[in-house]
Design a protein around this ligand. Structure first.
Ligand code: SF4
Length: 529
């Protein structure tokens, strides 16, 4: 299975994928053989293989048994609102003995709910009959991507600015100054000023790395998938401009594992970029996650690229100073690089002339839930939820009135309709216990059960906690039980939330309490106080 590939432990997750792709699952003999090939202890391979949800591990070492395909049914909030429970039950009954039916915390296709991954084929919106037919027909491979290729993008003027940079007709400080003039902030959720990050990394001694975070896994967020599907070379040009600006020696793209169609397309296009000399001599690597939400956290992602479990690191040091393989590392999200290219090529005013309600710029909002036309909406930064729903989503879905909304996916809190006229922008929701984050907006109806929503989201965090620190490992679990009774123990939930927010190592444990803290604060009647 490994062929002539380098026997490097940092490629452990990738090699587990190769074995899994080849055999359909991992058997004990595969893990032992891989440990031997890489020169590491079997326990190291075992702990990594068991950390990631997408590796099916069997205790059966039978040589002949053929592994049936895995069918993953999305249990994300929007899919749950669109019948995921019934779909899962129907598939378990229909596919017994022919497929392994699993729950998936989120497949990143909220606008197409309910979503299913049959092997590597995405089916959305999915029906039980449609999935059964796909299994019967053997249609479980990755879908062919219709994305434009390098030649077409270049014919339309793409990569001209990058070529000018590589030819020395621009200077890195000019490019960083353009990003600074626009005021672009990181759109993976944290909102850190992009120019400051680029300057910090460039100021460190080399070699430096660039890592593209394409592991968007926040339930309710699917914009990065959309941008890579519809305009991948705009993202890749932004990536190469950033790599040039910080003088990165190598570039890594970390792609979430559910997007098999994007993996095939990116592998092809990265090879084309290197062959065309557009990488500036930098090696371009494509790595995939394996089903761990926490790997969207930048330091956990670096651990995963290094071949380990995705356990977030303590900071300082920050990854800009000591990141991938201990070297200064620029980590940028897909959408940030998409807009960075737009700003560098067309000037900061292309960004600053957009905006609404006192804010500047644009965002790719992921909108799902009870709206008539869900999807990715490119809209002015600062647009209100009401404006977004009315002007970009054709209004609320038939028979539904706005009841509440999640501005920032599972971790950004739950807000009442009274916030619908506030700007969707960094800083709006923080004073009220939440945040916009990556702009994964889930619209809820007045008929939706907010207590059930809270339990659903709390269960998600309990499932996805990496378990490294006690406040999060125990707190997320305890929260699922505290949210069960008809009358919530508000004091206990507040205490728990404060401890988790203060003492958890990473954003997962720090933000998980936003679910119940915003409900207690903004919906006291729902919380049963
Ligand atoms: Fe892991 Fe949760 Fe601690 Fe983050 S906060 S390091 S996810 S246990």
């Amino acid at each position: 299975m490994l062929g002539e590939a380098a026997r490097r432990p940092d490629l452990l997750v990738e090699y587990l994928h190769r074995l899994h792709d080849g055999y359909g699952e991992l058997k004990p003999r595969h893990l032992v053989a891989l440990a031997e090939a890489l020169g590491v202890a079997p326990v190291q391979v075992y702990e990594v293989a068991t950390f990631y949800a997408h590796f099916e591990i069997t205790g059966d070492d039978d040589e002949d048994a053929e592994a049936p395909p895995v069918v993953r049914v999305c249990t994300g909030l929007t899919c749950a609102m669109h019948g995921a429970d019934a779909l899962h039950a129907a598939l378990e009954a229909r596919l017994a003995g022919r497929a392994r039916v699993r729950w998936a915390p989120c497949l990143g296709r909220c606008e197409q709910a309910p979503a299913v991954l049959a092997g590597k084929a995405a089916l959305a919106p999915a029906t039980a009959a449609g999935v059964e037919q796909a299994i019967a027909d053997g249609r479980t491979g990755a879908d062919a991507s219709a994305a434009p290729n390098l030649v077409m993008y270049s014919l339309e003027g793409g990569y001209q600015h990058l070529r000018a940079c590589l030819d020395g007709r621009h200077a890195p400080h000019e490019v960083i100054a353009a990003i600074e003039a626009a005021g672009l902030r990181g759109l993976g959720g944290a909102g850190f000023p992009t120019a400051r990050k680029w300057r910090t990394v460039r100021g460190q001694a080399g070699p430096r790395f660039l890592v593209v975070n394409a592991d968007e896994s926040e339930p309710g967020t699917f914009k990065d998938r959309f941008l890579l599907e519809t305009n991948p070379h705009a993202v890749l040009e932004g990536m190469l401009l950033a790599a040039w600006a910080v003088d990165a020696a190598e570039v890594f793209i970390y792609l979430r594992d559910e997007h098999h169609h994007l993996h095939a397309m990116l592998a092809r296009e990265l090879t084309s970029l290197e062959a065309a000399g557009l990488s500036g001599g930098r090696a371009l690597h494509l790595r995939r996650g394996a089903g761990a939400y926490v790997c969207g956290e930048e330091s956990a992602m670096l651990e995963s690229i290094e071949g380990r479990r995705g356990l977030p690191r303590q900071r300082p040091p920050y990854v800009a100073e000591r990141g991938l393989f201990g070297r200064p590392t620029l980590v940028n999200n897909v959408e940030t690089l998409y807009w960075a290219r737009e700003i560098i090529v067309h000037g900061p005013e292309t960004w600053t002339r957009h905006g609404r309600n006192g804010h500047v710029g644009r965002r790719a909002f992921s909108v799902s839930g009870r709206v008539r036309a869900p999807g990715v909406k490119i809209a002015p930064n600062g647009i209100s939820l009401r404006q977004l729903v009315d002007e970009h989503c054709d209004g609320m879905a038939e028979g539904h009135a706005l009841g509440a909304f999640l501005p920032g996916g599972a971790s950004g809190g739950i807000f009442p309709a009274g916030f619908a006229d506030e700007p969707l922008a960094f800083g709006t929701f923080e004073p009220h216990g939440g945040f916009l984050g990556a702009g994964g907006i889930v619209v809820l109806s007045a008929r939706d059960d907010l207590r059930a929503v809270a339990r659903h989201l709390a269960a998600f965090f309990a499932h996805e906690s990496c378990g490294q620190c006690a406040p999060c490992r125990l707190g997320t679990e305890r929260a699922t039980r505290l949210l069960e009774p008809p009358r919530w123990d508000a004091a206990a939930l507040e205490d728990l939330g404060a401890a988790m927010a203060d003492a958890s190592i990473c954003g997962l444990g720090q933000a998980a309490p936003n679910v119940w803290r915003t409900l207690l604060r903004h919906f006291p009647e729902v919380a049963g106080r």
